[in-house]
Design a protein around this ligand. Structure first.
Ligand SMILES: [Zn+2]
Length: 227
């Protein structure tokens, strides 16, 4: 474990909660930052708060409602239906979201004396979100370091994992059941296995079923994403 401080970009969903447990394992001091941008469900913020409390980490909620002012979309507006046309970005996409979130997280981290930033972005299953790509994260890392003359390191433990492997990682971190029962991924605001109908629930369940079907013998205990 590194005797350093890390900040986790934290939404209370499966991915960022896996990142939180990963951070707890790898860093002596961990804090979370959660962005409130008018999510469909305030429950998402509450869910994140209760997880932070359970895990025993400080959580700071930043008001990012300006994002909705800039780019109203299906994640932030109740009157916009979630849809995903084949070959197009889903309408849950918010231009520049990770750029903004990670930039704010970095400013916050520097204030807190932390240089490690942890985010659950993933290129493997990505729905075409350009700011989930590894190349973007690496580019932003350089930009942040130059902009603040500070040695940030952005960690992306899930970057090359599929959903089944993310479940595997949570199991290796001893957090499988917790993440299964306490995180919120569902677009309809149902904690745990969710409504079962929305795209987020379907993706989560497919990954879980794949993981549960994997042979458990001979699995690496190192985790796929150790640095
Ligand atoms: Zn759902």
């Amino acid at each position: 474990m590194k005797n350093e401080k890390a900040i986790v970009v934290f939404s209370g969903g499966q991915d960022s909660t896996t990142c939180l447990f990963w951070a707890k394992k790898n860093y002596s001091e961990v804090e979370t930052i959660t962005f409130d941008y008018g999510q469909r469900h305030k429950l998402e913020i509450e869910c994140a708060a209760s997880i932070a409390q359970d895990v025993g980490v400080q959580q700071t909620v930043l008001d990012m409602s300006l994002l909705n002012q800039l780019a109203p979309n299906a994640l932030t507006r109740h009157d916009v239906e979630i849809s995903h046309e084949e070959g197009q970005l889903p309408n849950t996409f918010v231009d520049g979201r990770n750029l903004l979130f990670l930039s704010f997280a970095a400013i916050f981290a520097k204030q807190r004396g932390a240089r490690h930033l942890i985010t659950g972005v993933c290129e493997t299953d990505f729905s075409g979100y350009p700011d989930c790509r590894d190349l973007f994260i690496k580019s932003l890392n350089v930009t942040l370091n130059l902009s603040m003359d500070y040695d940030f390191v952005i960690h992306t433990p899930l970057m090359w994992l599929n959903k089944a492997e993310t479940w595997q990682l949570s199991d290796e971190l001893g957090a499988f059941e917790y993440i299964q029962n306490r995180t919120l991924t569902c677009y309809n605001g149902i904690i745990g296995s969710g409504c079962g109908e929305c795209p987020a629930c379907k993706l989560r369940k497919t990954g879980l079923d794949q993981y549960l079907a994997m042979p458990k013998d001979g699995l690496s205990t190192q985790g796929g994403a150790q640095i």
